[in-house]
Design a protein around this ligand. Structure first.
Ligand code: PGD
Length: 778
């Protein structure tokens, strides 16, 4: 559809529902008309669609082609050779057969973590999982996520399933109506709540915070960064040292107990283990009372301010919110657990607009009501391999096959992986210690990646298959928490020779004798109609208008009915703890967890506790690095788009320093700086701001990894990817989650020549690759 002009047609993305079409040969995007606060991330699309960073042809790494499968340290720096689809799929099918037959499907890693794109059918994760299940017999999977790696395994021990506590809990409507105080640990930044995996039609968070604040709700943002809450909330900023929220909350609870302001009746009727926890809180068990005076120097907040805050909470409808970011650090389980204990001590859990809502404000799914009608997902089949890893242990697995490790009460052993298959994720964006990750991927026999652009992950692959972007295919956009159900129309022809993941897997399945099992005889359009049927039936069952697929497709959107706001699991439990118990061992809030205590983990005891981090600032690395989510893109997606580029300086990522920290280092606004520690180093452009603590430097994630050797031959990311600096450690033996949010670094002015950024330059320009292929076929 390379046309000069076309009408706008509906589409969807993780960052918003929108319409797109062509005007004067340029892609035009417009946000959904009913969206009160559209997300500017849609502006990343127009320049991205035919950007030079797009992959135009299948490509095979020269070393793999010439030497065959096997470990190779050239991954990431080798040349690529363009190859025709038929040949590359023949070679890939043969390699999949070899690994399956010689080593079994347990030697294939298909964890393939990543956010992929919106769309129920072309969801890349589901596609790769279904393919490996039906054509190979299964794969080693990954469990949990980089988003909630610590909280997902912890939550069932203390309250119940993560979704019940994050998604189906306090709504924004309740906050507007009922909350007196929202105590937001890690804040509630709109850059995060403007995004929902699968799509979001109305961004309501800004208006909801403003309406609540106007009614008198007090928002308190506890974070090292002022920018973690929007001005519309009229919030108080309580700047606290990164990673110390557990100590801060212990101080607050201690003060409540000291003054007798804790809700003893609620703790007795709805909680288990208060007495054991109180022994720790008051210092009976370890000789250290966790007073505000004790907490103040740890978290860098004056004692009196903590005392005043604690006292001000008593008798109020208080909502305690813990952001995802807090648990993405060493001992990340602790603030999640301690937040629940603070809310329990206040006696607020289960009240409208009060209590505890883990991660509210960190995704657009949270604080919303559920749809009354379901949307079907692409079925993934059955995995014949039972083995898994906690998702953030990928490097450990590849580097240490056969090694034992702890996870959630289990002693597990890393499998030996020969082939990794990735579609819809960018581990060289999302993982920690990227140089180590490079060494880990060097151990594979074969690494296969489907991508639409030359990410660092694609550059580390042996076989790179060009995948379409959503704009180049048809899909259905829907999530369980958003009422708008979108017919995602095709807006553009596929870039170069790129193909849908589904089409690639169909052709591979055919070569492996599994086409019928994979496709069930349906083409993409037929799958959409098939998946749509569940929603149509749901509407019909409710006696509502239920258009057939063709009518829905023509119409472009449906508005689905939503459920009433009943307050979810925690409300029901509060009202009737006997008949609506929590799905925990005691049926109550576990302030102590005998199950976790029995695991015997020194890094995650049987009640929330303050444990100083092993990696804290010291003379060599005196600054905390906050490596948080970017505001101008989602993760690393479309980093080459115009909106993302507009927030960089001469193409380089920007890091924020306090003027005092900058002055002490001779750094001025706009200087190029080098951030470094024992893990690695990167360059960034410095901006100075009073809106963060002097001991903190902030560098968002998402700049594509662009390693170039420094004077000593070590990789230096010249673009500004903070994951060259983050440590590849699990949050604890319980969850083994990603701890990438925080690190410790030194920063210095970079006076050397400033290297060019090559992250978006493909290994071979698209025209050259297409020409080479055409010449081969002549
Ligand atoms: P994305 O950039 O979304 O990052 O990590 P994730 O891997 O999800 O990567 C998705 C990739 O999928 C993109 O490269 C995109 O081009 C590709 N893709 C999109 N659609 C398709 C498709 O249809 N087909 C195919 N084949 N490919 C497609 C995100 C992860 O990063 C997350 S969720 C979190 S919360 C973590 N956050 C942090 C953090 O706070 N701090 C640090 N230091 N590190 C983090 N990493 C984590």
């Amino acid at each position: 559809m390379s046309i000069r002009d076309s009408a706008l047609r509906p589409h969807s993305s993780h960052w918003g529902v929108f319409s797109a079409g062509w005007q004067d040969g340029r892609l035009r995007v417009e946000p959904y008309a009913a969206d009160p606060d559209p997300n500017p991330l849609i502006e990343n699309f127009p320049d991205a669609i035919h950007h030079r960073a797009r992959i135009a042809t299948p490509m095979v790494r020269r070393g793999w082609l010439e030497n065959g499968p096997g470990p190779d340290t050239r991954r990431g720096s080798d040349e690529f050779v363009p190859m025709a689809w038929d040949e590359v799929l023949d070679r890939l099918a043969a390699e999949l057969r070899r690994v399956r037959d010689r080593h079994g499907p347990g030697a294939v890693f298909g964890g393939s973590y990543g956010w992929s794109s919106a769309g129920r059918f072309h969801h890349a994760q589901s596609q790769v999982h279904r393919f490996l299940n039906v054509a190979i017999g299964g794969y080693v999977r990954s469990v949990n996520s980089y988003s909630a790696g610590a909280s997902a395994p912890l939550m069932p021990h203390i309250l119940g399933g993560l979704d019940e506590v994050a998604r189906r809990n306090v709504t924004w409507e309740q906050i507007v109506e009922y909350s007196d105080v929202v105590l937001a640990f890690g804040g509630m930044a709109l850059k995060n709540s403007r995004v929902a995996s699968g799509g979001i039609s109305r961004h309501v968070e800004r208006d909801a915070m403003q309406a609540a604040a106007r009614r008198g709700c007090r928002f308190v943002s506890i974070s090292p960064l002022r920018s973690d809450m929007p001005e519309e909330a009229g919030f108080e900023w309580l700047p606290a040292t990164p990673g110390t929220d557990t100590a801060l909350m212990l101080g607050l609870v201690h003060e409540l107990v000291r003054l007798g302001l804790h809700d003893r009746a609620f703790l007795a009727s709805h909680c288990e283990g208060w007495d054991g926890f109180e022994d720790y809180l008051l210092g009976r068990s370890d000789g250290v009372p966790k007073t505000c005076a004790w907490a103040a120097p740890i978290c860098g907040v004056p004692e009196e301010r903590l005392r005043t805050l604690a006292r001000s909470l008593a008798g109020k409808r208080v909502l305690v919110v813990i952001s995802h970011s807090l648990q993405r650090s060493e001992h990340g389980e602790q603030p999640v657990w301690m937040g629940a204990v603070l809310a329990a001590a206040l006696g607020q859990i289960g009240l409208p607009g009060g209590g505890y809502n883990y991660a509210l404000g960190t995704l657009a799914h949270y604080g919303k009501r559920d749809n009354a009608v379901a949307a079907a997902a692409f079925p993934q089949g059955t995995n014949g391999v039972k083995d898994f890893i906690p998702v953030a242990r990928i490097s450990d697995m590849l580097l240490h096959p056969g090694q034992a490790y702890d996870y959630n009460g289990q002693r597990r052993v890393y499998p030996q992986i020969r082939l990794a298959y990735w579609a819809g994720g960018n581990p060289f964006h999302h993982h920690q210690d990227l140089a180590r990750l490079g060494r880990a991927f060097a151990t594979l026999d074969t690494f296969v990646v489907h991508e639409s652009a030359w990410t660092a992950t694609a550059r580390h692959a042996d076989i790179v298959l060009p995948a379409t972007m959503t704009l180049e295919r048809e899909d259905i956009g829907a999530t369980p928490t958003d009422p708008v159900f979108v017919a995602m129309h095709r807006i553009a022809e596929p870039h170069g020779l790129s193909r849908d993941d589904y089409a690639i897997f169909c052709d591979l399945s055919e070569r492996l004798g599994a086409l019928e099992a994979f496709s069930e005889g349906r083409d993409a359009r037929q799958w959409l109609a098939h998946l749509y049927e569940r929603t149509r039936q749901g509407l019909a069952d409710l006696g509502l208008e239920a258009p057939d697929f063709d009518s829905f497709w023509q119409r472009g959107m449906l508005e689905l009915p939503q459920k009433e706001d009943h307050g979810g699991m925690l409300r029901a439990f509060r009202q009737d703890p006997v008949h609506a118990p929590l799905p925990t061992p005691s049926g109550k809030v576990q302030i102590c967890s005998p199950a976790i205590a029995a695991f015997g983990y020194a890094d995650c005891p049987g009640h929330p506790a303050w444990m100083p981090p092993k990696f804290a600032p010291d003379a060599t690395h005196p600054l905390w690095l906050v490596a948080n989510q970017p505001h101008s893109k989602l993760h690393s997606q479309l980093d080459f788009g115009a909106h993302s580029q507009s927030t960089k300086r001469r193409g380089r990522e920007v890091c924020t320093l306090h003027p005092d920290a900058a002055r002490a280092r001779g750094i001025a606004e706009g200087d190029i700086v080098r951030l470094f520690n024992e893990v690695g180093a990167c360059l960034a452009s410095a901006t100075l701001s009073q809106d963060l603590l002097p001991g903190v430097v902030q560098l968002p994630t998402g700049a594509w990894y662009d390693p170039q050797p420094d004077a000593e031959g070590r990789p230096l990311c010249v673009h500004g990817n903070p994951n060259v600096l983050t440590r590849d450690i699990g949050t604890s033996s319980l969850a083994q989650g990603c701890a990438g949010q925080l690190s410790t670094v030194q920063v210095e002015r970079w006076d050397g020549a400033v290297p060019a950024i090559r992250a978006f330059d493909p290994p071979m320009p698209a025209e050259q690759a297409l020409k080479a292929l055409a010449a081969l076929q002549d």
